[in-house]
Design a protein. Structure first.
Length: 602
């Protein structure tokens, strides 16, 4: 069909792209056996790996949350892309030319080009800002400031730090000369909405913000001391087609390999914190971008640190403590172990690095406190815990942390530690905690009892399982279509899948991705994916499953025919000789059906 990505392109993507490498960018995978890779699911929180990638079938499946599919679906889910957008991204990453049916490129794909043009704009702007910082007199003040903070030329180049000129009209004129249109620049986020000739960033030290692939998608800007106190100290780009704050971490493109290797990550508050940590060799540090730690941030990293831990490096003031508390609870809700870095000797990592050197900063990171110790210390300072009232308030606040723990053993251990720290009777502490949680737990139990898997919404009987076996090995389809037709299937979901298989067979586009693409029922597509990815259908048993399905359906047909004949025989009234002959004929037909049914049972 005109406008659709061509079948040859889709085949090239599925044949070329390594699903293990793609998924390995999101969660750590370990090989088990010849073709199986296992890791913690990137779609939900878990400590024990239940996420399986089949390198041969090029499918993934989670035995915990039942997410599953091929590499295109994985990219769609993780990057929140449409089907053609995911195909285009995978093709570009693998150097595969994207071609379209009849050479017609649809409007849907034009959105990709727009994002690519935004990235091209930001890449070019970042290079220009970097040049102004490193090579011109206009950037000299910013360069002197950042070097006084201890950053080396190597670090400045790695993070591509730059300088935005004080002349707010300069950037517009520069980019117009580079053939970017007025209308495009107006929507780019680089200029004021009210005054479109004026740059959003001016006379600031610039921090390019990279996506996970290392492309510049946004900017952060810091005023250069001494600065007008009326100015905001930090500015970040707003939401853009290529940039979502809740889904982006500053420095993640540089840190992801180290996070995977070390099984730990440092969450910081500011860009400079990240850069200082990296310069000291602690290159598993990242920062949120003007927003609190989110579920999306946790999903980005949980597969890498599920059996490691998260380090939090936030300010020690009231706002920093509040952010730390929220981050601890969020991480614990996702079964992640948390430690807190309480910096001593400076207000931030850069100052400590400059004053005492990287060894001092490294030692402070290595001596990070477990979150329970940190929280009890904070509560001991916040409340007069030498009084019953203070102990009660501290305990009630601590209970929110206990709620976030996913292990009963961890909960009990934390309550015991609370008792010891504030000299309380363990029985009283546990009683107060349980009484407060009793009503919530009853509600939770009811909800868990009412949960059902999505598969139960479909009738996953022998008919449907047989056709799923055909999907796993399309070479079996000719056998099944030579023995059965669509109306032979009683299960409506099986009939639907038979039609899809027939369409693929006729179009000569017979592969698992083609079948899933043509399947317009999401629940059915998910069941197909889950069943195949679960490993139930192995090569050595697929033919037997298909043969059993054919016999099962044929026997059902015979049984229906027999029931009709038996009813006619019972109701038949013999009056004439011809009536007797007709009855004998019905009895002969029944006998033949009995023989056929018996042969199918052998």
């Amino acid at each position: 069909m005109a406008g659709f990505i061509s079948k040859d392109t889709i085949d090239a993507i599925h044949n070329t792209v390594d699903i293990v490498s793609v998924i390995g960018e999101y969660t750590k995978l370990t090989k088990r056996g010849a073709i199986d890779w296992w890791g913690c699911c990137p779609f939900h929180s878990e400590k024990t790996p239940s996420f399986r990638v089949d390198a041969e079938k090029k499918m993934y499946y989670c035995f915990g949350c039942h997410a599953g599919g091929d590499v295109v679906k994985f990219v769609m889910e993780m990057e929140k892309l449409s089907y053609p957008e995911a195909l285009t991204q995978l093709a570009q990453q693998s150097g595969i030319p994207v071609r379209y049916e009849d050479g017609v490129k649809p409007d849907l794909i034009k959105q990709d080009n727009t994002i690519e043009k935004y990235i091209e704009l930001y890449e070019r702007t970042a290079s220009m800002f970097h040049y102004l910082l490193m090579e011109t007199d206009s950037g000299k003040k910013a360069l002197e400031y950042i070097k006084k903070r201890g950053l080396t030329d190597e670090t400045l180049k790695k993070f591509k730090l730059g300088y935005a000129p004080a002349d707010r009209k300069w950037l517009k004129q520069f980019l117009l000369k580079k053939n970017f249109s007025e209308a495009f620049l107006r929507q780019s986020g680089l200029f004021s909405q009210k005054y479109p000739d004026y740059a959003f960033f001016s006379d600031r030290l610039m921090f390019p913000i990279f996506n996970r692939k290392g492309q510049v998608v946004a900017f952060g800007g810091r005023v250069i001391p001494p600065a007008d106190e009326s100015q905001r100290k930090y500015l970040n780009s707003g939401e853009l087609p290529q940039f979502k704050k809740r889904e982006t971490l500053f420095g993640f493109n540089f840190a992801k390999d180290s996070i995977r290797k070390n099984k730990k990550i440092i969450f910081c508050e500011g860009n400079m914190d990240v850069i200082a940590y990296h310069q000291c060799g602690l290159d598993f540090a990242v920062a949120t971008l003007g927003t609190a730690l989110t579920e999306d941030h946790i999903k980005m990293i949980q597969g890498f640190v599920a059996d490691g831990f998260v380090l939090l490096s936030f300010d020690s003031d009231g706002a920093g403590q509040a952010a730390t508390w929220k981050a601890i609870n969020l991480c614990r809700q996702h079964s992640l172990t948390v430690k807190i870095i309480s910096l001593q000797g400076g207000k931030d990592p850069a100052e400590i690095m400059l004053k005492y050197g990287k060894e001092n900063l490294t030692n402070q990171v290595n001596n990070a406190k477990l979150d329970v110790d940190y929280l009890l210390n904070i509560l001991g300072k916040k409340y007069p815990v030498d009084t019953p009232e203070g102990k009660t308030k501290a305990s009630l606040e601590f209970f929110s942390y206990v709620d976030s723990l996913q292990s009963d053993i961890q909960k009990e251990s934390s309550l015991d530690q609370l008792s010891q720290t504030f000299n309380l009777k363990p029985e009283a502490v546990k009683r107060d905690f349980l009484n407060r949680k009793q009503a919530q737990e009853r509600i939770s139990i009811r909800q868990n009892n009412n949960q059902t898997e999505e598969q139960t919404q479909l009738n996953l009987n022998a008919e449907l399982r047989g056709l799923i076996a055909v999907t796993a090995d399309v070479n079996q389809f000719e056998k099944i279509r030579s023995n059965l037709v669509e109306n032979d299937f009683l299960n409506p979901d099986a009939r639907r899948l038979f039609r899809v298989l027939e369409d693929c067979f006729n179009a000569k586009t017979f592969s698992i991705p083609d079948i899933l693409t043509r399947c317009d029922n999401k629940a059915l597509a998910q069941v197909i994916t889950n069943e195949i990815s679960s490993g139930v259908y192995q090569k050595d048993n697929l033919a037997a499953i298909v043969d059993d399905t054919i016999r099962f359906i044929q026997k059902n047909k015979i049984d229906e025919q027999r029931e009709v004949l038996i009813k006619r025989i019972r109701e038949y009234v013999v009056v004439t000789e011809d009536d007797k002959k007709q009855l004998d004929n019905l009895l002969i037909q029944k006998l033949e059906l009995d023989k056929k049914a018996q042969s199918l049972l052998k």
